[in-house]
Design a protein around this ligand. Structure first.
Ligand SMILES: [Zn+2]
Length: 334
């Protein structure tokens, strides 16, 4: 895995340009730089900066996240990932081969181009210099790159990648339930495949609403028909009407639809089903490996199937794009 130090250092310090928008995650007070730390002007809490990345976690978040970092970063999580990390550690000279044969995901993301254009339009409406917070960005920033390249050339909006661990490309380490940003500081919030991993999804939506400017937008992708994938845990699924409902308290829907189609859902379920034919963990992983490669080409049928009228009924994942409305927010400041 790439370390934070390998990153492009121009992007590492993007938070410095927006220091005034950062807030102490404990009390939402102002932060200022103090050597290799950020310090809160209100409660005096201190936050370390490691290799250019500030760790803006509350004491409570820190304790909760420690276990995740231990299992997923040090021991490589579960299933195929864990096996491949072990193999790469044992045979480092064959690393490239292991990367090449790593099983492909059962899904393909088919966000319509129109959705990117809508996001770009909403961003322009709230000003050229806004920030886009990409929450749960991970190492590859999810589908983020595709979104950014569709922004208009005049847009001066900047992306800040946020995650609970310092993966490559992460600019700020933070807990999504306690975002270290001031109220109404962001023009756009991106949250792809994160809500299912949060035990209190409504608290997260409330926190997103707090940070989003009026007229700004949220773009979310949420699973509907997918296998259980603890990362570190997996709590819920939503139908498309469920998604519209949970955002409606703070956002007006602009568009929603299928971001990963029904063929991907089938491939995912079939892969899991076949791997259950045996109780042996090793053999089960082997079946999963073979079926992943066998099923991989079929997922591209979703470029056709995801556009069918009833695709939402059995979609693998649904997206929601909403504009922050100016009704009184009901988010709670703790
Ligand atoms: Zn504070």
């Amino acid at each position: 895995m790439k370390k934070a130090s390998d990153k492009n250092n121009q992007a590492d310090f993007i938070w410095k340009k927006h220091l005034k928008l950062l807030a102490c995650p404990e009390c939402y007070g102002d932060l200022y730089e103090c050597g290799e730390k950020l310090k809160c002007a209100t409660c005096n809490c201190e936050y370390v900066i490691r290799q250019g990345v500030p760790f803006l976690l509350t004491h409570e978040s820190n304790e909760r996240i420690k276990q995740f970092v231990k299992t997923h970063l040090i021991h490589g999580g579960q299933g195929s990932n864990k096996v491949f990390i072990r193999l790469k550690n044992r045979f480092p000279s064959m690393s490239l081969i292991f990367d090449a044969i790593y099983p492909p995901p059962p899904t393909v993301n088919i966000i319509p181009k129109q959705t990117y254009c809508e996001i770009a339009h909403l961003l322009e409406k709230v000003g050229k210099h806004g920030i886009i917070l990409n929450i749960g960005s991970g190492e590859k920033t999810s589908a983020g790159w595709k979104l950014w390249k569709h922004l208009s050339p005049e847009s001066q909006a900047e992306v800040i990648n946020i995650d609970i661990a310092p993966f490559a490309n992460v600019n700020v380490v933070a807990d999504a339930l306690r975002l270290p940003f001031k109220d109404a500081s962001a023009s756009c919030m991106i949250i792809q495949s994160v809500l299912e991993h949060i035990p209190e999804p409504l608290s997260l939506i409330s926190e997103i609403a707090r940070v989003t400017k009026i007229g700004g937008c949220v773009y979310a992708e949420i699973p509907f028909i997918q296998g259980f994938h603890p990362d570190p845990n997996d709590y819920q699924r939503y139908t498309f009407t469920g998604i519209q409902h949970i955002f409606s308290n703070y956002f007006k829907e602009i568009r929603s639809g299928v971001s990963i189609g029904p063929t991907s859902a089938l491939c995912w379920i079939l892969r899991e089903y076949l791997s259950m034919l045996t109780n042996s963990e090793g053999f089960s992983l082997f079946i999963k490996f073979i079926s992943s490669w066998f099923l991989a080409p079929f997922r591209y049928l979703d470029y056709f199937m995801a556009k069918r009228k009833d695709a939402l009924r059995i979609a693998c994942e649904i997206y929601y794009l909403g504009e922050r409305h100016n009704k009184e927010g009901t988010y709670a400041r703790k």
